[in-house]
Write a protein that binds this ligand. Structure first.
Ligand code: HPA
Ligand code: ZN
Length: 326
């Protein structure tokens, strides 16, 4: 259809993408074999059957298990270049990718191995395809703030390759307030700041992310819609929200895509972007997220164009770089 072609052809940025969540079952098997890692699955079909989640934690358990095949620098390169090749195919011109260093350092993989593999792929894709990038290191919120501070310390030799910090993993019970000190330290280092908030957690977690962590963007933010005061504040400040439709569906954050809060979010004047979160686990890359939400909600061409533009507006590109895309 015309709207499908529009989605495919529009230049887009992706701002909420966990690189470890782009690990496709085929690559998982290939790396398991290469590294002699045992997987609890014997076929791609078995993996796909396991990807049946009723909440965030169901996914996280499988996501951390999947990471176990990533051992060497080349593994992180292969993972990242596969995602960037998809971006090239989908006309994604800029990416701001998350990685979870603690998911690897906990298993004895050096921080340097992780960042070097990811960064080499990002540089190659910029050379080959012109895809620009930022890199955001996330702290695992189910771990302690002391461990996050230690991770920030380990990142210090590599800050030329890191643009920001984020906060992900199990949300409920791990409010942003738990990470106020490490976000203060990251801010002092000149890093951009983002946090997952209001995916499963209450609106007060979104408020804490703004007031205590002083974030530059909110990841997800769905449950901010429950607070009129918060919606007003997000709208007036044009604080970006990185919305992930297929993720929301698969993790049962919404019952169905046709009841997704996106129309209300746009109606309230929020700066909304569309993203894939963990495309291998949630059944679609960025264009598939656009196709699914467009058809479920009958979004107009004008709304699709706006969402694509928002992805650059909400990015951490500098103003002249943004202007080239807008
Ligand atoms: N939420 C929280 N943590 C995550 C996610 C998510 O959607 N994806 C990867 N880690
Ligand atoms: Zn996420």
């Amino acid at each position: 259809s015309n709207i499908q072609k529009l989605i495919e052809q529009l230049p887009k940025a992706e701002l909420h993408l966990h690189i470890e969540g782009s690990l496709e079952p085929e690559l998982m098997f290939k790396l398991a074999k290469r590294n002699q890692v045992d997987l609890p699955y014997t076929s791609v079909e078995e993996i796909q059957q396991a990807y049946n989640f009723s909440q965030l934690q169901d996914f996280l358990d499988i996501y951390y298990a999947g990471m176990s095949v990533l051992i060497n620098e080349q593994d992180f390169y292969d993972l990242t270049i596969a995602y960037l090749e998809k971006c090239h195919q989908q006309n994604i011109r800029h990416v701001e990718i998350f990685f979870d260093p603690q998911g690897h350092t906990e298993r004895g993989i050096a921080f340097e191995t992780v960042i070097t593999g990811i960064n080499r792929a990002l540089n190659d894709s910029q050379q080959k395809w012109g895809i620009t990038f930022k890199t955001i290191m996330c702290f695992l919120r189910h771990l302690s703030e002391a461990e996050a501070i230690d991770t920030l310390q380990q990142a210090k030799p590599f800050l030329d390759r890191i643009d920001g910090v984020g906060l992900d993993s199990s949300e409920v019970g791990h409010p942003p307030s738990k990470f106020e000190q490490v976000f203060n330290q990251a801010r002092e280092l000149g890093l951009k700041l983002v946090a997952h908030a209001g995916e499963e957690g209450p609106p007060s977690y979104v408020k804490e992310a703004l007031d205590l962590l002083k974030v530059d963007r909110i990841d997800h933010g769905n449950r901010a819609m429950e607070s009129e005061a918060l919606v007003k504040r997000l709208s007036e400040s044009q604080m970006a929200l990185t919305v992930c439709p297929l993720s929301n569906l698969k993790l049962c954050v919404v019952d169905a895509l046709n009841t997704h809060p996106l129309p209300a979010m746009l109606e309230k004047g929020l700066l909304i972007t569309i993203n894939s979160d963990d495309p291998s686990y949630f059944g679609g890359y960025l264009n598939e997220n656009f196709f699914a939400i467009q058809s479920a909600l009958n979004l107009t061409e004008q709304q699709i164009v706006q969402l694509a533009k928002n992805s650059f507006t909400a990015s951490f590109l500098d103003e002249p770089e943004k202007a080239k895309h807008l």
